[in-house]
Design a protein around this ligand. Structure first.
Ligand code: NAD
Ligand code: IPM
Ligand code: MN
Length: 322
């Protein structure tokens, strides 16, 4: 029995995840779905945003569908999503950005870098340690090389090795592995890359980079496809996998039924692919494409549908091309 954990989280997570769950349930009524509540809302109610028991329950799932959590900029509050990624060792964050004539896969290291959580603060100074380990780099570049080979494309290594020594380390390992694998690769400083990917998206295939650079680059690249409402992600480890939109809890639009559920739906499609239902994943993707091409979409894409109404439309569309 395939067991799917459903984590709505906070904000628009409560709106977009039910749409994605509905589609999963439509395609796979035989899966078992179980909710896990974590996030800022839970912290407000209980003083704890994510209990050890929540982590244990997530570990029992074959795959996790995750909305987004609010992380307040408070000194002692630990981001729930970072905790989950680390506890489940979800080291590869795959963020596809696909559009007219380009198909980019951002491969973001997901467990270390500037998000290692090794930090200190005194009255006069705050420091954050940026950890780039050999093992962490080897495993993320292995994933990136495999994807480059599968897609027969180019690997771009995004870094800031002109300034940061931990990125000299990252770059050197990536280049050595790319050479050994015999794949086509190039490298770019992350600042220049962030502009060039917008100007020449067709020049990119797979981009591998460290944690925070990948975080920022994926929001930047979302511009190419119409914004954050559209970009999904997969967080993959050797034992567990979690699928979530790239966007956050969007408090500015939460509760208004205007959030675009496509990023959540595409994350569900990535989950189906991971669970070996490639046909199901393709059905979801083509239903989305058909609706959007007809202008049947939410207002961020120029349409007039609400989140729920888009959910109705996608289920109807799926039932029509059985
Ligand atoms: P955000 O991604 O939530 O929102 C950025 C902008 O994009 C907002 O204007 C929002 O309205 C818009 N947007 C986002 N998703 C959309 C959608 N589906 N449809 C239409 N518009 C959409 O980023 P933020 O505002 O910087 O962060 C808000 C909160 O979310 C913060 O607490 C942050 O820490 C958290 N966050 C969580 C995750 C996660 O859980 N994985 C990811 C990013 C941000
Ligand atoms: C994302 C988010 C998270 C991250 C935050 C909320 C911890 O921005 O998933 O892109 O930085 O990974
Ligand atoms: Mn982000």
């Amino acid at each position: 029995m395939t067991r799917i954990a459903i984590v709505e989280g906070d904000g628009i997570g409560h709106e977009v995840i039910p749409v994605a769950q509905r589609v999963l349930e439509y395609l796979h009524p035989e899966y078992q779905y179980f909710p896990v509540e974590v996030g800022y809302g839970k912290w407000e109610q209980t003083g704890c945003p994510c209990a050890d028991q929540d982590i244990s329950r997530l570990k029992t799932a074959d795959a996790i569908l995750f909305g987004a959590v609010t992380t307040p900029p408070m000194k002692d509050y630990q981001s729930v999503v970072l905790r989950i990624r680390k506890s489940l060792d979800l080291y590869a964050n795959l963020r596809p950005v696909r559009g007219d004539g380009f198909d980019i896969m951002i491969v973001r290291e997901n467990t270390e870098g500037l998000y290692s959580g090794i930090e200190e603060q005194s009255e006069d100074r705050a420091t954050t340690l940026r950890v780039v380990s050999r093992a962490g780099t080897e495993r993320i570049v292995r994933t990136a090389i495999q994807l480059t080979q599968e897609r027969k494309s180019l690997l771009t290594i995004g870094h800031k090795a002109n300034v940061i020594k931990s990125d000299v380390f990252f770059r050197d390992i990536c280049i050595a592995r790319a050479r050994a694998a015999g794949i086509m690769y190039n490298e770019k400083f992350i600042d220049a890359l962030s502009l060039d990917i917008l100007q020449h998206p067709k020049n990119y295939g797979v981009v591998v980079t460290t944690n925070m650079f990948g975080d920022i680059l994926s929001d930047v690249a979302a511009y190419l496809v119409g914004g954050l409402g559209l970009v999904p992600s997969a967080n993959i480890g050797d034992k567990h996998a979690l699928f979530e939109p790239v966007h956050g809890s969007a408090p500015d639009i939460a509760g208004k039924n205007v959030a675009n559920p496509i990023a959540a739906l595409r994350s569900a499609a990535m989950m189906l692919e991971y669970l070996d239902d490639r046909a199901g994943a393709q059905r979801v993707d083509s239903a989305i494409t058909t609706l959007v091409s007809r202008g049947t979409c939410t207002r961020d894409l120029g349409g007039s549908l609400g989140t729920k109404e888009f959910g109705d439309a996608i289920v109807k569309q799926l039932s029509e091309f059985r």
